[in-house]
Design a binder for this molecule. Structure first.
Ligand code: XUL
Ligand code: MN
Length: 347
């Protein structure tokens, strides 16, 4: 029997609709209210930033942080949910202005590492060993502001410190090429996986691939996913969509390019992703126009589109595919795929 996919999202995926040009347009939901929606929407996994779990963690002692994280674990258990990962949010605190791990100020670098260790404490309490690093401000606005060799070494030292702190922790880097800095140090999956080989324990450093981030790098999400899967390093995905080279849109999965979505699902199927037990994360945003009562549709829709594409991948006639490939008749193969996606007989 084919393995079943498990789905996750983060509390930030149910949001008020604020963007850089205007305020929120929907009321806020409490974390507890959001948790109650997970199962109803078909999701089992919760993704956390460290302060999603423990909001005021900068004011708390390590022991108090653990205590509050334990309470969240109880809430998860009560809802029948599990934590997928914890990601230290280093990009909002004033000490992260110039980056965390690669900041020029040693006090800021130390803060970034300490905060990440607290994120590991929270992950331990929540029962996950996966830490996600979106290296948001690990880059530069102008090249001359940092020495790239020093910056990469600092990044390495920070990651090694996290690996040493907890020998069971695994780190998935989520590369993103285009924001918030002018240039990011690890902008693509290839950079992140090459970097992993220099760490103290390469087997514990992999990637989380987000569709939109790959598109913004001008690359193909399905190929990036296959690349990481072939190395046993695809530890989560953030499926969504992106309509060209604009801001990071986080559109519903498959909503801009259904064919590209089909190919991402095809690669996850071919690479046996479901059997790894890893989650399919949907890092999607509701449109700002969406009314409060319908502001979770983007999550349910993305999951439904994913599952319908799994069916499309599984039911595409393999003999026809093999025949087209053998004949080098890629026009016929392409038309068959398009007809299949349109719900028409393939030939
Ligand atoms: C940023 C992004 C984040 C990460 C988690 O673009 O995708 O939501 O997934 O820090
Ligand atoms: Mn993401």
């Amino acid at each position: 029997m084919a393995a079943e996919y498990r789905f996750s999202f983060g509390p930030w995926n149910i949001h008020e609709g604020a963007d850089p040009f205007g305020p929120g347009v929907r009321p806020s939901l409490s974390f507890a209210e959001k948790l109650r929606l997970y199962k109803r929407l078909g999701f089992d996994g919760v993704q956390f930033h460290d302060d999603d779990a423990v909001p005021n963690l900068e004011q708390l002692s390590p022991a108090e942080i653990r205590r509050q994280a334990k309470e969240i674990k109880k809430m998860l258990d009560d809802e029948g949910l599990v934590a997928e990962f914890v990601a230290p949010r280093l990009w909002e605190d004033p000490r992260g202005i110039d980056g965390g791990y690669t900041a020029n100020d040693p006090a800021c670098r130390q803060w970034a590492v300490e905060r990440s260790l607290r994120a590991i404490d929270i992950a331990q309490e929540l029962g996950t060993n996966l830490i996600v690093l979106w290296l948001a401000r690990e880059g530069t606005y102008i090249r001359e502001s940092k020495n790239p060799f020093e910056a990469l070494n600092r990044l390495l030292q920070a990651v090694n410190r996290l690996l040493e702190y907890d020998p069971t922790v695994t780190i998935a880097i989520e590369p993103k090429p285009n924001e918030p800095m002018d240039q990011a140090y690890l902008p693509t999956v290839g950079h992140a996986l090459a970097f992993s080989t220099r760490t103290g324990d390469p087997a514990r450093v992999g990637v989380l691939i987000e569709t939109a981030h790959v598109l913004l790098a001008g690359l193909d999400p399905s190929d990036e996913m296959a690349f990481a899967l072939s190395m046993g390093k695809l530890w989560s995905v953030h499926l969504n969509d992106q309509n060209g080279l604009k801001f990071d849109e986080d559109k519903a999965f498959g909503s801009a390019n259904l064919r590209a979505a089909f190919n991402q699902v095809r690669v996850l199927e071919l690479g046996g992703y479901a059997a790894t037990g890893r989650f399919v994360g949907l890092d999607v945003k509701a449109m700002r126009t969406q009314k409060p009562e319908a502001a979770t549709r983007h999550l349910a829709n993305s999951r439904e589109i994913f599952l319908r594409l799994v069916e499309k991948v599984r039911t595409f006639p393999k003999d026809l595919e093999a025949q087209c490939v053998a004949n080098r008749d890629y026009e016929a193969l392409e038309m068959a795929i398009i007809r299949h996606l349109m719900g028409l007989p393939v030939a």
